[in-house]
Design a protein around this ligand. Structure first.
Ligand code: CAA
Length: 379
């Protein structure tokens, strides 16, 4: 496969790298220490066309290919993994379901708002008792005339405290498991939608993660996304795309860990020479670089499948599983290279370590990715 980027994709990389270094980097500390959601940055990203990269121009998006979108998450995450996940969730699972399964009316109304960054998207699948086993969800949507009445609760909703639209999954039929689930577009001010507790997390302090509850929350039947009963398939199809976004986020963290650790190893002197002269350090960097490179190949390969509309469930899970493991390992090793300094908040590597961990958990734990890969292999 050819990983040579096109001129347009190279321009996207340069533009996002520039934005990340000049605009995002100065905000990282505040996001981290104050758990501050970066609204102003998201507005600027909207202005640069980054909130709707793969959305067609007719809907107000940038009309660029999927690889360009992955490049943007990859570059942003080198500087701020929190901003990386905000963009990934907004696009892959907050906007893409409307593009793929929405009616003409839903697309015409929501896509321009989401693609411009006027609206921020979220995805409400997980529940307190239904995480990996998403099909065991209990939230119900009962049809009542021209409306559906939603009752239930959702948990760990990324972008949740700040979003304008929630792609929400609820049971509409008596069928058990994955069959009786439907998807709805729920707007933030809908009466009965209550934004609950904000989680205090180990990492990604700049991103919002909340509980939601639906208390007799009435939505028009026009807010149904796709057909009744297709909700689980809508969730899974968009999670495939989302998992590649998370792989790109993890890749960004891994690359940043490698870059910082290599630079530090070249500067830090002990026993009269840079610590990089010790095989114990240089071999560590060689392993990190090899694994980061492999994660990059898997991630961009999976992105190229989406671009070609080819099935990508196995490759998305492989990329997400490998890139997240690589990010976690690279970040731990970067802390080790920095020694005592790496354990302090004065250097970014401890943040990389805390941010990396969740990439092995959300959008399907790595144990679930094994399950998806094995099922694809053995079918
Ligand atoms: N792509 C396409 N279709 C898929 C699929 C995938 N990745 N995974 C499952 N399906 C389809 C199956 O083919 C099956 O279709 P049929 O009914 O036509 O046969 C249907 O979905 C049901 O599949 P299973 O019988 O395998 O369902 P299951 O209940 O045994 O479990 C699972 C499937 C893979 C474990 C699924 O529940 C899963 O992915 N769980 C993880 C949930 C998850 O990723 N949550 C993320 C929350 S969002 C988030 O984290 C965002 C964030 O904050 C960053």
């Amino acid at each position: 496969m050819n990983l040579q980027l096109t001129e347009e994709q190279e321009m996207m990389r340069r533009m996002v790298r520039d934005f990340a270094e000049k605009e995002v980097q100065p905000e990282v500390d505040r996001m981290e220490r104050e758990e501050r959601f970066p609204k102003e940055l998201i507005k600027k990203m909207g202005g640069l066309g980054l909130m709707g990269i793969p959305i067609p121009e007719e809907y107000g998006g940038s009309g660029m290919d999927y690889t360009s979108y992955i490049i943007a998450i990859n570059e942003l995450s080198k500087v701020s993994a929190a901003l990386g996940v905000i963009l990934s969730v907004h696009t892959s699972v907050g906007t893409n379901p409307i593009l793929t399964f929405g009616t003409d009316k839903q697309k015409a109304y929501y896509l321009p708002k989401l693609a411009s960054g006027e609206f921020l998207g979220a995805f409400a699948l997980t529940e307190p008792g239904a995480g990996s086993d998403a099909a065991s969800m209990r939230t119900k949507a009962v049809k009542d005339g021209d409306q559906y009445i939603l009752n239930g609760s959702k948990m760990f909703i990324t972008n949740g405290g700040e979003a304008d639209t929630y792609i929400t999954f609820a049971r509409t039929g008596d069928a058990e498991g994955s069959k009786g689930i439907s998807a709805f577009i729920v707007e933030k001010d809908t009466p009965g939608l209550v934004i609950g507790k904000a989680e205090r997390k180990m990492g990604l302090h700049g991103s919002s993660t909340v509980e939601l509850s639906f208390d007799n929350c009435a939505v028009s039947k026009e807010q149904l996304l796709g057909t009744e009963g297709d909700g689980f398939k809508i969730a899974m199809a968009n999670l495939n795309v989302g998992r590649i976004g998370i792989a790109a986020q993890a890749l960004g963290i891994g690359e940043a860990a490698l870059e910082h650790a290599s630079a530090y190893a070249g500067e830090r002197e002990q026993f009269g020479q840079p610590i990089a002269k010790n095989q114990g350090i240089s071999f560590k960097l060689a392993d990190m670089a090899t694994e980061v490179e492999a994660a990059k190949l898997l991630t961009y390969q999976a992105a190229s499948l989406v671009q070609r509309n080819a099935p990508c469930s196995k490759e998305a899970s492989m990329a997400k599983m490998y890139a997240s493991k690589t990010a976690r390992k690279a970040a731990i090793e970067a802390v080790q290279v920095y020694g005592g300094y790496g354990y302090t908040e004065d250097y970014p590597v401890e943040r990389f370590f805390r941010d990396a961990k969740v990439t092995e958990i959300y959008e399907g734990t790595n144990e679930i990715q094994h399950k998806v890969i094995a099922k694809n292999l053995l079918r």
